[in-house]
Design a protein around this ligand. Structure first.
Ligand SMILES: Cc1ncc(COP(=O)(O)O)c(C=O)c1O
Length: 365
């Protein structure tokens, strides 16, 4: 080795690298499988390609790749503002929701501060807090695997800068009714930013749930995060957005790298917005498939949470490692989430059939 090892911040050096789940190619090599035959249910991606028309507009945009993208995402932002019923100035875009979460933490956190979030929840809340130099305060879910908003409120102290409210929550898929989220927001002390992460918003069909977008547009202490990675099938292009008060967004943008959403992602998202009927079709299809998979898990005597998303969360207890490993060997990838629970994305009909078939085979052993 040439040179000395640079000195890294101790809290960064102490992190275990984030694993996005096992890569298809690794699994294929390890088990002698064809990557095309593997059913990947580990990352809550959509099972279908992008919306109709996206591939064509994206292909045309590649020709303009010698020019930087529009830093303001003007066209996409105006189309989205119309759709959401907010102003263009209420929106900021990022290279996926994850990038926006990191920018929010960077803009607000730092030594001597903390960030409060539910646990288990989206693993990146822990990472972005640590990157920002903030302490992490992880608040356990309640006995129904739902966010415990009272406990989260009680965990907020003088050092708290941000509270992440994951609604629906990943990995449990559970929702909090609008009234409870709104009461929580009303009760949060001054100076604390409530970030409602609605990455799975489009999948929810339960009338008790409502978006926090109107609140975020009005209030300086609320932001909503959404993504084009899930129902829109654009996970590979990396585009998400934040809704907030213009004054709040101005500050968060100061912690954002410029030109972060590339041209192709911008036109792909814009084209997707022009196909609301496709969005509705996917919503209905996912709801039916989720219902089917949850019913099938219940029939097998497995405990599930009440998921409102494009994934299911169920208990395998001590058998978790064996089941996950043996299903992997059959080319079906699901994700262990700790404490004997696993998460599996709701896939296409064929994916779900393969998932249940592999599960049955492995559980019978
Ligand atoms: C709860 C939650 N928030 C945000 C995201 C961000 O997704 P992306 O960075 O792909 O937009 C995800 C993705 O899995 C998620 O589960």
């Amino acid at each position: 080795m040439f040179g000395s090892m640079p000195r890294f911040r101790p809290e960064i050096a102490a992190l275990r690298p984030y694993r996005v789940g096992r890569q298809l190619e690794d699994v294929a090599r390890a088990h002698g499988l064809d990557p095309g035959d593997i059913v990947k249910l580990t990352a809550n991606e959509g099972p279908e390609p992008p919306f109709p028309g996206v591939i064509e507009t994206a292909a045309q945009e590649i020709a303009r790749s010698n020019r930087y993208p529009d830093n303001d995402c003007w066209e996409l932002g105006h189309a989205l503002a119309d759709r959401l019923g907010v102003d263009f100035t209420n929106l900021m875009f990022g290279a996926g929701g994850v990038a926006l979460l990191a920018e929010i933490a960077t803009a607000t956190g730092g030594p001597g501060t903390n960030i409060v979030y539910p646990w288990p929840s989206f693993v990146m809340y822990r990472f972005v807090s640590i990157w920002a130099g903030s302490d992490t305060i992880e608040v356990p879910l309640d006995e129904n695997h739902e966010l415990d908003l009272d406990a989260m409120r009680a965990a907020i102290d003088e050092g708290t800068r941000v509270v992440f409210v994951c609604n629906p929550n990943n990995p449990t898929g559970t929702i909090k009714p609008a009234e409870e989220v709104e009461a929580f927001i009303d009760d949060v002390p001054d100076g604390v930013l409530v970030v409602v992460d609605e990455a799975y918003h489009e999948f929810v069909t339960d009338p008790r749930y409502r978006t926090a977008v109107p609140l975020a547009a009005e209030r300086t202490n609320v932001m909503v995060i959404r993504t084009f990675s899930k129902i829109y099938g654009l996970a590979g292009l990396r585009v998400g957005y934040g809704v907030g008060h213009p004054d709040t967004l101005t500050e968060v943008r100061k912690a954002q790298a410029p030109l972060t959403v590339n041209r192709i992602a911008q036109v792909a998202a814009l084209t997707s917005l022009s196909r609301p009927e496709e969005l509705e079709r996917r919503q209905a299809e996912n709801a039916a498939r989720r219902h089917h998979v949850m019913g099938a898990l219940a029939e097998r005597g497995l405990e599930t949470t009440e998921s409102h998303t494009n994934f299911v969360f169920f208990e395998l207890g001590d058998a978790t490692d064996r089941v996950v490993e043996e299903m992997t060997a059959q080319g079906v990838l699901i994700r262990p989430m700790g404490a004997g629970w696993v998460r599996a994305t709701v896939g296409s009909d064929e994916d779900n059939r393969r998932f249940l078939e592999a599960l049955d085979l492995v559980l019978r052993r």
